[in-house]
Design a binder for this molecule. Structure first.
Ligand SMILES: [Zn+2]
Length: 375
């Protein structure tokens, strides 16, 4: 439990995960040979141990919610549990076991196994801002993704918002009954943005032995954490296949889950490019021109993209003109996408274009399609 207590001692509020990252980097470099470490623009950490055709993958988040963390903070360990305490203030203080327990499991597995991928995300607690910008290429050769990041000792989260994260085959293979877990629906955590951004393998989120998260009374039941570790080890050892799973963007009521979709990103790029050529175009023009190409965008999105373009333009971001290169353009578009991430963190109604097509209003429809539709 030495490593676990070291993690608890590091205060790691959202946006201030530097000390935690520094500790992990140092720990990994010293203790785990044959590991590749990298980070992305957002500050997420990625690790690859060994070299294999496919990898098991564990993810966890680096940040914690609690603000209180005195200089004399100590993790107190009893026979059954660990909690945080400040002798000076004579008060309990939160451990940040949510999600340091997940980090601990990932590090233990990195030490134990020859081939493993691990990603640690920043800012999960303030809207999964790290995983929303994760480098998706990292996950291309993963067999499945496990996130130990759930209170208690028995939840196997196989869906979030009642939309599935994993295949029935994967659920059958993980053998959760033996470890006392039950399948249930969960809340927002990093694996959801990964799925929504197209991660095509099964994901699960597991209880990892912390209780009363986000409070100063938070505590860890050691036995529950260790049971979770053993189960994760069991999955790594027995689930050696790739477990494909495509996230179903369409909800049962025909609505479209749209967090950070490529289609939106592409639409912003296209429309910004078009407005660069002709800034007299209005919202209706844009909707008319692009509606068919981007069927999941609503009127509100066109208004938003249009306004963002003109706002940015006014801010002079656009008008450093001549030497304005492609790279800057991409960066600008990306900035806007980041700003609107929270807006798209909802559901967008599927637009039905059949009326427009039938009335011949969509000039973009190809002749052949038109004939098909009429036929
Ligand atoms: Zn968490």
């Amino acid at each position: 439990m030495k490593l676990l207590k070291q993690l608890y001692k590091i205060h790691s509020p959202s946006g201030k995960e530097r000390a935690m990252k520094k500790f992990i980097r140092k720990y990994v470099k010293r203790r785990i040979p044959d590991i590749t470490l990298k980070s992305d623009r957002k500050g997420n950490l990625y690790m690859i141990k060994g070299s294999a055709e496919t990898y098991p993958c564990i993810v966890a988040h680096l940040d914690q919610v609690q603000k209180n963390h005195s200089n004399d903070f100590i993790p107190i360990e009893t026979k059954e549990l660990i909690f945080g305490y400040s002798p000076k203030h004579r008060r309990p203080e939160g451990l940040g076991a949510d999600d340091k327990n997940g980090i601990w499991i990932a590090l233990r597995c990195l030490e134990k196994y020859d081939a493993l991928k691990v990603a640690f995300f920043v800012e999960e607690e303030i809207g999964c801002r790290g995983s929303i910008e994760a480098d998706m290429d990292f996950f291309m050769d993963c067999r499945f993704v496990i996130q130990p990041d759930r209170r208690g000792c028995k939840d196997l989260i196989s869906s979030i918002g009642w939309t599935g994260l994993c295949s029935a085959e994967f659920l059958k293979s993980v053998g959760y009954e033996k470890f006392g877990y039950q399948e249930t629906d969960g809340m927002m955590t990093d694996v959801l943005p990964l799925k929504e951004r197209g991660l095509a393998v099964s994901c699960i989120n597991l209880s990892c032995g912390y209780y009363e998260p986000h409070t100063d009374r938070e505590f860890t039941v050691k036995e529950d954490l260790i049971n979770c570790l053993h189960w994760v080890e069991h999955i790594i050892e027995t689930c050696t296949d790739v477990y494909p799973h495509i996230y179903n963007m369409y909800k049962a009521d025909g609505r479209y889950a749209f967090l950070w979709d490529d289609e939106y990103e592409e639409a912003v790029n296209e429309i910004f490019g078009m407005l660069d050529m002709d800034d007299t175009l209005g919202v209706d023009d844009l909707e008319y021109m692009y509606g068919l190409y981007f069927p999941h965008l609503t009127k509100e999105h066109f208004i938003q993209i249009y306004q963002a373009y003109h706002d940015l333009r006014q801010d002079d971001l656009l008008e450093e003109s001549e030497d304005y290169n492609e790279e800057q353009q991409d960066f600008r578009n990306l900035e806007f996408l980041h700003q609107t991430a929270s807006f798209t963190n909802g559901f967008i109604r599927k637009t039905d274009f059949s009326d427009k097509v039938a009335s011949g209003k969509c000039s973009f429809i190809k002749e052949s399609q038109k004939q098909e539709n009429l036929g």
